[in-house]
Ligand binder design. Sequence first.
Ligand code: HEC
Length: 204
Amino acid sequence: MTKLGRLFPLPLRLCASALILMKAALLFSIILAMPVIAEESEPAPKSIDGKDVPPIEKLVLLKGNVKAGEAIFKDPKTANCVNCHRMGDMGKEVGPPLDSIGEKPKEVLFESILQPSAAIQHGFETYAIKTKDGVLLTGLLIEETEEHLLLRDATGEQIEIAPAKVLKKLRQEKSMMPEGLSGLMTLQELVDLVEFLASKRVGQ
Ligand code: HEC
């Protein structure tokens, strides 16, 4: 029998270990909650009038206008999405074509615009390449073979590089799609834009 055992009867000892377990569980849940707290403290994206864009779960409840959204999508003075996305016969192909983007839920569409780097589409990662003669290039790495590397920059221009010339090749954390595009439009225009994207399904 240990000293503790002699001093405290069994029910009391059980109580003490239950207390320790509870403390451990509390500590564990605090640790688990920490990344959530860190995420929430990130500043909210703004719309053109400087107001905070509401969280995505609120945005998806707002109703948009497809026709107005299409105008925003094409307008070079606001979002200029067509500078980087092909849809039907409009737009350039820098990022992924958006012909059937409406297959994805609205939550994902809002996130793609508000936090482009949160989930970068596979095959559309940005790379920085430093060549042996000291040139730094960035773009989407669209092809990599033994003969060449093919980078596509934000203007849609393709750059061909011989593998022997590459000094360093680094994948970037950031999407080539700019952050803060919501800052170029009103909240209603953002909702209209997503309504337009959501209407784009295969065969439509
Ligand atoms: C400078 C180029 C550029 C501009 C401008 C741009 N995008 Fe993008 N976009 C990209 C690239 C590159 C990706 C792929 C990488 C990624 O997922 O972030 C992308 C990804 C997306 C996706 C996700 C596609 C998918 O299949 O999941 C959506 C939706 C999107 N863009 C919509 C828009 C809209 C709407 C606008 C205009 C407000 C816009 N983009 C402006 C380059 C751009």
